[in-house]
Design a protein around this ligand. Sequence first.
Ligand SMILES: Nc1ncnc2c1ncn2[C@@H]1O[C@H](COP(=O)(O)OP(=O)(O)OP(=O)(O)O)[C@@H](O)[C@H]1O
Length: 816
Amino acid sequence: MASATIGRKSIPNGRPKGDARSLKKKRDIDDVQKLQNAVSELVGDRLVVRKDGNAKTSQDIKAEIKNFADLPLSQTTAKGLEASHFKSLTDIQLKAVPRALKGRDILGAAKTGSGKTLSFLIPVLENLYRQKWTELDGLGALIISPTRELAIQIFEVLRKIGRYHTFSAGLVIGGRSLQEERERLGRMNILVCTPGRMLQHMDQTAAFEVDNLQMLVLDEADRIMDMGFQMSVDAIIEHLPKQRQTMLFSATQTKKVSDLARLSLRDPEYVAVDEGASSATPSTLQQHYVVTPLAEKLNTLYGFIKASLKSKIIVFFSSGKQVRFAYESFRHLQPGIPLLHLHGRQKQAARLDITSKFSASKNACIFATDVVARGLDFPAVDWVIQVDCPEDADTYIHRVGRTARYGRVGRAVMFLDPSEEEGMLKRLAHKKVPIEKINIREKKQQKVQNQLQNMCFQDPELKYLGQKAFVSYTRSLFVQKDKDIFDISKYNLEGYAASMGLPGAPKIKFQRGDDAKRLKNASRAALSSEEDSDREEEKPKKKDEVRTRYDRMFERRNQDVLSGHYSKMIAEDDGNGLETQADADEDDDFLSVKRVLPVDGNSSSEENEFDIAASGPAAKVIPGIGREPLVIDSNRMEKLLKSKKKLLKLKEKGQKVKFDDEGVPYEPNNVENEEDFRKRGSAQAQRARFLEEEAARVREADIEDKQLAKDKKRDKREKKRAREAAERDGVEDETPDLGEAGEDEDPMALLRSLPLDDDENEEAEERPAKRPRKWFEDESDEERETAKKNNSRVSGVADEPETLEDLEALAAGLLN
Ligand SMILES: Nc1ncnc2c1ncn2[C@@H]1O[C@H](COP(=O)(O)OP(=O)(O)OP(=O)(O)O)[C@@H](O)[C@H]1O
């Protein structure tokens, strides 16, 4: 947990002694008393100034408050504000701060970028100060934010303006060990947190007392109160004392009576700015939309980025997988502007690094999910682009609010599929959002489809990313509640898949039952929510869990960049046609694609060898060395196979191979001369022909793969039947059931060209100890992989067979 004593040392040059100390104490008490009196003289957003004496008279005037210096604030807060260059109050601050200083519950609503953060931070500091809050009093104020980034930002502002106070403040957002946070938690006076992590502490940290809490603040309150956070927030509230001050702030405020009842607000003041104004968004924001069919969106986006290289741009997508695909593929296209990406599944450190990089850069383009839609205050953003239509008008308002902040100018463009136009415009008009249609200049459009196709063809891993992005996008369309905007039957999904360079649209299985209902009720933002990633990092590791050889055998998988993807494709079936929770948790794909792992097919080379040994032939066969498999039929042969040096002799001599500009290998002595090359037509024609042929090849391979998958499925069914028959006859079969696809689904749908098990085995054998990082992987990917490896080591893979003897022993064990 990040924590800070947000104030200075109150006694800089040693302790004042005797009289001096008691004098100071008295002065402090007097100051606080004066402040208390002045605060009680606040009426609305004015301060009563007494003309004569102490008693209130009719001649007293209500002085207008304009600057922070006009407010009854402590010296420490006033100095902090001054040092942070905050002088005059914004409209929302003017309305909210005086009322909040008086201890009123507040429902604050004002446009994005209008200064709501200070509206609650100043009262938090002041109200605790006037109560002479000390470390011994424990937690005095709790500020809840829906995302970690926003929590960090609030904490930073708190540190700035509270720098002369002596309160201790902490940030509880996960990403560090619970234990580490626990140790400091008890000493904090002010906490800024995300709901999931806070609840975890309330439930698990015995020494964490909240009985004294005076103030609760919910920033982006409507988001915190909605489905995605409902359970955590309700549980947090249950822990808190009922007698407290509660403040809710958002640009799109909740007024639902049920929500307010949940928070037990006491006679709240509804403090709104610009109620009844002509627009719900800042007047300095220019808002446009373009109608661009789904299949054209990536082209339009690329064209837009190329035309705006000297800008700072935020591009919103609806899911992290889309963000990753767009980022990885566009990065390779090198548009000429630094590209960044941010989504909830990245590690906390990486996310922090990315937000600060984007904040600091003048020209950059960040692809992001709604993780950055709320509250984040990136300086000087020129453009907000919404590639995917936002789920509702509120999300639209928050997304565009990342630009045109605090009176600055900004521009926003939303891409709409023709089917979304009418519905979305209606919703925006209802919320008073002024938006104009613009057309795309044909000349500015950039066709990237062919390049993406090439890239996906050359790099299966990018293709998998694309497939996952496709599935998550389709899923997000399906879960949309507003069917006036989102009608899944109206989108050209095949065209969309082609625009991503995919060899066909992955088929998608719709989930049934209660889970489907739960997911449908949750908002899209909630599904890709920040809290998911909190959970991801907090998954408890069962350290001393006893695991059998079978467990390990079936948990083992290729430590390869594909393995995560691969395992997600193997959806376990609970027998009712529903995915198991574990799977849903891991990927939270509402529309799942299923593949059945053949019971007799293993995914690593070790297991392949192991299988052969386990099935008990007299001789063991080691595949993949030289042309012929080597048969171990004597001790001498076995020894030979253990000596690397000797093995080298058995290997084929290498061939000289060079690589062309695109990394394709060729034999240097076998290069076609230029004349022959020209005879076959122009380079462009040849390239087009090549692409056509390759595309046809991919299609053919898809058909073969599908057939293969069907055969395997049939095989498996037969095996299952046989097993069941054997069970009926009383024979116990120990082969674990890895789940089975439903009759009506195509288990290979998304995997049309994913290497089958045998290919994977070969690949695993050839894989070097440490795979070099690919062009589209960043460090976090590598870290993740290493972490995966380390984790699997911790969980017992250290016992895996390393030598032939190990293998034999293992095999013998199994056979027994
Ligand atoms: N009184 C002020 N004087 C000068 N700048 C201010 C003042 N109040 C806020 N700001 C600046 O205005 C910007 C927006 O403030 P803030 O982030 O609090 O907006 P917000 O209303 O919370 O926006 P959102 O609805 O997007 O969360 C920040 O950069 C902040 O530093």
